[in-house]
Design a protein around this ligand. Structure first.
Ligand code: HEM
Length: 519
């Protein structure tokens, strides 16, 4: 930069920052047009900037941070940004997310979505209903039977990998040797959920379970192909956005500024293949469709109505929705399965109870048949209790009040305000879940108690924008957990070992090295 340009540029940047980051926000804070100044703040600067919330997000567990901040402030409503309110009373769930809420998905979704909104990030109610209706049959509980054989087949492929990595039984009371920790469970279970969703959604087999890694083909729109890390690209995309997206005004600027740092340049580079993986998966399946192959998968429901009439969607929309399935449908279920296994290994009494229940219905099958295990009450209690204690999507899902405002928790919240309630906060409310920090699957076994807890158990969110893949996830989780506990014994490195997490959009899990051996 020449000295003359520098003399003009730096004062301009300085003036921009002073006006838009300080003078206007402070002026608006005191002018208080929406009356939000009465609420307690997450941090000293939360009334004038979203940076404190971005900072909390960058620390890796914002849902827990927000839960603690509500407790510390002894307040059910917390101002977490100039135009952003967090709620901690479970009664707010219905107001913000319930079927009759007037709130819509917040700006976050359009900012991180692609050029064609997909079923996950589309904001407009009518457009969302149209998409959801098209896909509802494919996701319906009565149609699970279509996907069961795909899940069973993928489970059997994971067992091949696990059988090959089995070790000798662990002598009672000892810790495994490092060389016996042959399975990084979170890695393998992610490969399983990646294969399962690609099979269910696109009739595609990637071969990652046979390879033991996440390397797949990515394809640019000009047709050039290259090899890319599927899971790494997906997770890094969520990781990168989660640092900056909460400041809607400055999101783009923060992303660009971050690229000054070599660490962030590398991170953004690693995100790039994700769109090319989605493109390759879509184009490959589209080619099979155009050649007249009849396949039973989500893609088929996206292309033609039940009577066979084509929807004639634009390619961009098809790519968008395929991206939504394979993005939303893999890591969430993998997080749930890693979490439940960790908790069960740490609570051998519950693992024993679960084994007895599963063993009582299985008769030598390698993969647990869904029909035999789907109604086992303790199995379902273990899955739900793990998703209660650590919801895979723990953080507050941002919604926006309509222009005319909305009643939340008995308070009138002005229009165009961001509002949210973290599932983590709801699931750790002691007035609903007694001793919320304890893993107690039995809490779900009493039908009366269950009825009281259920409205506030929201790992899949709730209402019209609740998870459409819930039944499929339960299918995968139920078959996988029953199969694993029936076939293997497991051990963690030692009692002090801790599972690492980073909350991007979902609560991504770190490595979980385990020793396994056949029962
Ligand atoms: C344990 C597993 C899962 C959890 C915890 C989970 C959680 C959620 C949550 C909390 C939402 C609402 C997101 C928001 O409002 O921003 C959601 C939406 C969604 N999920 Fe899941 N999910 C899981 C599995 C799946 C699976 C297997 C699929 C299969 C494709 C899937 C597909 C979707 C889609 C397409 C949406 C958007 C629905 C809409 O807006 O109409 N999810 N999920």
């Amino acid at each position: 930069m020449t000295p003359i340009i520098a003399t003009i540029t730096f004062p301009l940047i300085g003036a921009y920052l002073a006006i838009f980051w300080l003078i206007l926000p402070v002026f608006n804070y005191f002018r208080d047009p929406k009356g939000l100044r009465k609420y307690q703040k997450l941090a000293f600067f939360s009334g004038i900037s979203d940076i404190p919330y971005c900072y909390l997000s960058s620390k890796g567990f914002r849902s827990k941070g927000i839960t603690e901040a509500h407790k510390k402030a002894k307040s059910a409503i917390l101002r977490i940004g100039p135009n952003n309110l967090s709620f901690s009373d479970v009664k707010a769930i219905k107001d913000i997310y319930g079927h009759s809420t007037p709130c819509l998905k917040d700006l976050k979704y359009s900012m991180t979505g692609g050029p064609h909104p997909n079923i996950f990030d589309v904001v407009d109610k009518a457009k969302h209903s149209e998409k959801r209706k098209r896909l509802s049959a494919a996701f319906a509980i009565k149609n699970l039977v279509h996907w069961e054989f795909k899940v069973a087949d993928t489970t059997a492929r994971l067992l091949n990998a696990f059988d090959a990595r089995c070790t000798e039984p662990l002598p009672a009371g000892s810790n495994p040797m490092k060389s016996d920790l042959t399975i990084e469970f979170n890695h393998w279970i992610n490969l399983f959920t990646i294969e399962a969703i690609n099979s269910i959604a696109l009739s595609s087999t990637l071969g990652v379970l046979e390879q033991g890694d996440d390397v797949v083909t990515a394809e640019r729109m000009d047709g050039t192909k290259y090899k890319a890390h599927y899971r790494k690209a997906q997770n890094t995309s969520a990781y990168a956005a989660s640092h900056f997206v909460w400041d809607y005004q400055n999101f783009w600027l923060f992303c660009q500024l971050s690229k000054i740092m070599p660490k962030w340049r590398k991170i953004w580079r690693e995100t790039e293949p994700w769109k090319d993986v989605i493109y390759h998966q879509t184009i490959t399946r589209l080619d099979r469709y155009q050649k007249g192959e009849k396949l039973d998968d989500f893609f088929a429901s996206l292309m033609d109505s039940k009577s066979g009439a084509p929807y004639n969607l634009e390619l961009g929309e098809i790519i968008g929705d395929v991206g939504a399935f394979i993005d939303a449908g893999a890591d969430t279920t993998a997080i749930a399965l890693t979490q439940v296994l960790e908790l069960l290994i740490r609570h051998p009494n519950h693992l024993d109870t679960l084994r007895q229940e599963v063993d009582s219905v299985l008769e030598g099958e390698t993969v647990a048949p869904f029909e035999k295990v789907r109604h086992l009450p303790f199995l379902r209690s273990c899955l739900d209790e793990a998703m209660r204690i650590i919801p895979p999507t723990s953080a507050g899902l941002p919604r926006r009040t309509p222009a005319e405002g909305a009643m939340i928790l008995g308070e009138w919240i002005p229009g165009d305000t961001s509002v949210s309630m973290p599932a983590y906060t709801a699931h750790h409310d002691p007035s609903v879940f007694l001793n919320p920090e304890e893993f107690q699957p039995h809490r779900w076994m009493d039908p009366e108690a269950k009825k009281k807890m259920e409205p506030f158990f929201v790992p899949f969110s709730t209402g019209g924008r609740g998870c459409i893949g819930r039944n499929i996830s339960y299918l995968e989780q139920t078959v996988m957990l029953a199969t694993l506990v029936h076939r293997y014994e497991f051990a963690l490195p030692d009692a002090s070992w801790k599972l690492q997490r980073f909350e991007a959009f979902n609560l991504l899990m770190g490595q979980m090295p385990i020793k396994i051996w056949r029962r």
